[in-house]
Design a protein around this ligand. Structure first.
Ligand code: SAH
Length: 345
């Protein structure tokens, strides 16, 4: 069945008219779904009962079930494990910043990119998430926490550009003035570097932020951490980044997870600064969050600072990722992973 939460206002209007109902009902329904973030039809006061019943027959209504919540005692970060209608589970994160609340959502159930240090990819890809399932991670967390969401990052499990059409529709719905109306500049999509789709995204001429998971400064090292580097060479990724900036004017973020003894030396920093020379970007250093299935270790704090200083000396903007929720399976896919392993037992 078609998910009503995944329809644009235009699509919903067509559907409602085809049901013999006036077009304004579509607008009302759309506002309940996307602006007031209704959990179901019950609360929709101004919608006639007969129309609700017709919609229930015709559409599914994505509404995620909370399976588990972990709250960090250190910083209030909350990690949600949500259940989907088909029994799959996904995870999303709620974070407090100075400027407001930011959420990190998943774009797929599992992932097929195979990055070596990432827990999300261990069991491969189960399926893509629909636009409605991506939206409802945000809507559910906003409702449960009783707060407005000011920023959204698509940095949870999955590769957003491996689910291109759904991600694009998700962006349209989330930033629609008739819906939640999130500013495009407050939305960040993170990719491991699927070059053709980075260019496609640039050509949409949106004002969203693009983050690229680089994690190495040359292709040899990158291939050891990220299988996608066998498909798209590091310089092709950099060229696609330049194209994204030239087309949209948006500054790029490069994510660089520091893995002890693998990509964290002074030579790595020098090579990285050479690679990124002249690009309007910011490098976000993330001390790798060790997962129990792999034996990668984090880079020590002093070495992180040395790495940062080296880049800054070469004129590159650097931030070190605030490590929120360290005490609660904070890294990508860890909570879902633990849940699945416990279920197997
Ligand atoms: N597939 C997308 C988005 C999901 S991952 C991408 O690759 O960008 C979000 C970020 O977290 C990526 O930069 C990813 O490489 C990183 N990441 C995943 N697991 C990690 C871990 N255990 N420690 C540090 N960073 C990790």
């Amino acid at each position: 069945m078609q998910d009503i939460k995944s329809l644009t206002l235009e699509e919903l209007t067509e559907e409602i008219k085809a049901m013999g109902e006036p077009a304004f009902r579509a607008k009302q329904l759309y506002e309940w779904i996307h602006k007031k973030m209704a959990a179901g039809y019950e609360s929709m006061g101004n919608i006639p009962k007969a129309l609700k019943e017709k919609c229930q027959e015709k559409f599914s209504y994505t509404s995620l079930k909370v399976v588990e919540v972990q709250e960090s005692k250190l910083d209030g970060t909350k990690k949600f494990l949500f259940g989907l209608d088909d029994g799959n589970v996904i995870e999303s994160v709620w974070m407090k910043y100075k400027y407001g609340y930011s959420v990190c959502i998943s774009s797929q159930v599992g992932c097929r990119m195979g990055c070596k240090f990432c827990a999300s990819t261990i069991d491969g890809l189960a399926r893509n998430l629909t636009p409605g399932e991506m939206l409802d991670q945000i809507y559910s967390m906003a409702r449960i926490n009783g707060e407005r969401v000011s920023h959204v990052v698509v940095m949870g499990s999955g590769e957003p550009l491996d689910n291109y059409d759904n991600i694009l529709k998700f962006i349209t719905l989330l930033t629609d003035k008739n819906g939640l109306n999130l500013g495009q500049r407050n939305l960040t999509i993170s990719t491991c570097g699927i070059v053709p789709n980075m260019k496609r995204l640039a050509d949409e001429h949106l004002q969203i932020n693009l983050a690229i998971s680089l994690h190495a400064s040359n292709n040899e090292k990158r291939k050891n951490l990220m299988p996608i580097a066998n498909q798209y060479e590091i310089h092709e990724v950099i060229d696609a980044c330049k194209y994204y900036f030239d087309t949209t004017g948006r500054q790029l973020t490069f994510e660089y997870s520091l893995v002890g003894g693998v990509n964290d030396t002074v030579e790595d920093a020098n090579e990285l600064s050479e690679l990124l020379k002249g690009i309007n970007c910011i490098v976000n250093l993330i001390p790798v969050n060790p997962i129990k299935e792999r034996d990668f270790v984090s880079t020590e704090r002093e070495k992180v600072i040395i790495f940062k200083n080296k880049l800054e000396k070469r004129g590159i903007n650097v931030t070190i990722r605030r490590e929120l929720g360290r005490d609660i399976d904070g890294a990508c896919g860890q909570l879902r992973r633990r849940h699945l392993t416990e279920e197997e037992k």
